[in-house]
Design a protein around this ligand. Structure first.
Ligand code: GLU
Length: 654
């Protein structure tokens, strides 16, 4: 589950020219300069089983000038250069995303989507740019059911054209640059072109990528195999990663803009690839795609305010739900590795995930009791079910947050009335269209209470046909900050490693399998519908203290994203840890199934006590998540990158 780490420290030194990373940890990024993108992870988690972790192994940097934290040193270098050249946090984040498409092609890219949070310092407003993939107009609630009416096994449905959602990453880049950026796309994409082009600053395969290629080589389509296993031999660590088709695609986007992707020859190639493999996506679906720009979820916890994604990501509501459920247990009194802490968290996870499965889906298609879920009285009712002296028995049923939802729920009528018509009516030409869509989103209409009650009853829980291991570890999270105080927290994904394993022939990028995040079984809030966005767990977060942004954090890992982000926030706030300690601290995971997963470092005696309380603690440790984060401390940024996947931080020279 999760871990496909890692790269050795020696290789880090080779790649970065560093000889002594402890020097870096003692100094600041500014003092060390850009050529010294810090080494980060050491071999830690192989096959998802990390050894015990130390805070010193989390890559960190300190600077007042800006910060970049990503999962890859080359991407961090590219983003740091943008800051150094005077670009802002959004410019840097865009450059990081393009670079990641080249150096971590299995994790994210223009064939995928994600969720981006932007804190705009001069406006003092946080925006959520939702670029989640959408189901094509031809999608059908029963499309993941076999002839026997049962869900098609995950292993089969995730590698078909039906799994491909209409990609959103490039549209988010376009909109974010128009709204917040200071640099043109053609400049921010160029470093990625150089990394992808043979003979320029060629990327190399790192140990992490090599491991994923070796695992997936038999699943690749011919185009992907020709890049990642030329001549049939999987690329190995240290090999050149030559991607001329991807370089050409990025050049086309550089020269013609993102419309080449959504309306031009790339759109045609995507539609052809998807249709050839059983999907319905057309060039109309691509032309109709647009992002939404909205305000994020808002949760008050202890002395901070947490802003993170709202539906269709379950991240915001569920991170908030978990933290609010444990808030009154004064876990700070017990300590971060106490039985009480892990026990209370596990109990909160069981309940929060039961509610997640019952009530959450794309908010434009399914009414969700989003205020009820975080209502103090509802939370108190759920908290009363938890005792610190014994574990509760499964099954954990969802509560009734509707009873605490003020007023009537709302529903956005145009999409529900006729999503196909809505999709066709969207004009993807310019950022103004986004404003038009925003207006459509706000033109809400009351739904009738009967429909609401009917929808809430008898909803199926989460899709258990998705194996747990496959539900984790696929995304990437990166975060940037600049000297003006702007911050970006962006989780970007193609869902599984290498998505559908299908590369668009001649264009060099992978297609996502995000639609497998829908429930395969129809009837619930997360059933497949045309133009709908599948439920996500991604939780790009910005935390505020005393009205000021104080921390960004996010992680990959499917449903474990939520528990990872909640625990890191808790480590910093409740337990007063520094950022590196908060990320290194061993994490646990549970959902509305009984199994309680844990990372090395959770003390053996504590695990025995948890078992004694009645928890189904697993025999073997696992690796959970991979966080990148920035903390604001004494007027400076502290950046941190998880060692669970060899991340890297960078800061511009002052
Ligand atoms: N598809 C997942 C989600 O949106 C993210 C991929 C992952 O990190 O596992 O929740």
């Amino acid at each position: 589950m999760g871990g496909h780490d890692t790269r050795s420290e020696e290789r880090d030194r080779e790649r970065t020219g560093r000889t002594n990373r402890r020097d870096f940890l003692l100094g600041s990024a500014a003092a060390l300069g850009l050529s010294a993108v810090p080494a980060s992870a050491r071999a830690s988690a192989v096959d998802g089983r990390p050894r015990a972790m130390q805070a010193e192994e989390v890559a960190t940097a300190t600077s007042a000038e800006g910060m970049v934290s990503s999962v890859h040193p080359e991407a961090t270098r590219v983003g740091t250069n943008v800051l150094e050249d005077g670009g802002n946090a959004v410019d840097a984040a865009v450059a990081v995303q393009f670079a990641l498409n080249v150096v971590q092609p299995h994790g994210s890219g223009i064939g995928g989507g994600g969720f981006m949070l932007v804190y705009s310092a001069d406006e003092d407003v946080t925006y959520a740019v939702d670029n989640r993939e959408r189901a094509p107009v031809g999608a059908d609630p029963e499309m993941f059911l076999g002839e026997d009416g049962e869900p098609i096994p995950f292993d089969q449905r995730h590698m078909s054209g039906q799994a491909v959602g209409v990609p959103g990453t490039l549209r988010a880049i376009d909109v974010a640059l128009k709204r917040f950026g200071t640099r043109p796309l053609e400049r921010l994409i160029q470093p990625a072109i150089d990394l992808a082009s043979p003979g320029f600053r060629e990327a190399t395969v790192d140990a992490y990528l090599a491991e994923v290629i070796a695992e997936e080589v038999d699943n690749f389509n011919d185009a992907a195999r020709s890049v990642f296993a030329p001549g049939g031999e999987p690329l190995e660590a240290g090999d050149s990663l030559l991607q001329p088709d991807l370089a050409d695609t990025l050049e086309l986007i550089r020269d013609e803009g993102v419309e080449a992707f959504y309306r031009g020859e790339i759109a045609e190639a995507i539609a052809e690839t998807v249709q050839d493999t059983g999907g319905t996506m057309t060039t109309n679906d691509l032309a109709a795609y647009n992002v939404t720009m909205d305000h994020p979820e808002y949760v008050e916890y202890e002395d901070v305010v947490i802003r993170t994604m709202s539906l269709p990501s379950s991240g915001g509501l569920t991170v908030g739900h978990v933290l609010k459920l444990v808030e009154s247990f004064d876990l700070g009194e017990y300590g971060p590795r106490s039985t009480e802490k892990y026990h209370a968290l596990a109990e909160a996870f069981h309940r929060a995930y039961a509610d997640r499965g019952a009530y959450m889906g794309d908010k434009l298609f399914a009414d969700a009791p989003w205020q009820g879920l975080l209502d103090e009285e509802y939370l108190a009712e759920r908290r009363d079910e938890i005792s610190l002296s014994t574990a509760t028995e499964p099954p954990w049923e969802p509560g009734d947050p509707w009873a605490y939802q003020p007023g009537e729920p709302y529903r956005t009528s145009p999409l529900v009335a006729d999503p196909a018509e809505m999709a066709r009516s969207l004009d993807a030409e310019s950022a103004e269209t986004v404003l038009g869509m925003l207006a459509a989103l706000l033109a809400v209409s009351r739904s009738d209470a009967g429909a609401r009650a009917g929808a809430a009853a008898g909803r199926p829980g989460p899709d258990r046909a998705t194996p747990l291991a496959a539900d984790r570890g696929q995304t990437t999270h990166f975060t940037t900050a600049d000297s003006e105080g702007n911050m970006v927290s962006w989780t970007s994904t193609i869902e599984q490693f290498f998505g559908t394993k299908m590369m668009v022939p001649g264009y060099g990028f992978m297609l996502n399998n995000e639609l497998t995040d829908f429930d395969a079984t129809p009837g619930g809030p997360n059933e497949v519908r045309p133009n709908k966005r599948p439920l996500s767990s991604t939780s790009p977060t910005i935390v505020f203290r005393d009205g000021e942004p104080f921390m960004t954090v996010g992680s990959p890992g499917g449903t474990t994203i939520i528990t990872t982000v909640a625990q890191i926030i808790q480590n910093v706030t409740t337990f007063g840890m520094g950022l590196a300690e908060a990320i290194a601290e061993p994490r646990i995971y549970a959902d509305d199934d009984p199994e309680l997963y844990w990372e090395d470092g959770v003390p053996e005696g504590v695990r025995e006590e948890l078992s004694g309380l009645g928890h189904a603690i697993q025999d073997e440790s696992v690796g959970l998540g991979n966080a990148q984060a920035i903390l604001v401390r004494d007027g400076e940024y502290v950046g941190a990158a998880d060692f669970r996947r060899a991340g890297a931080v960078g800061a511009p020279e002052s």
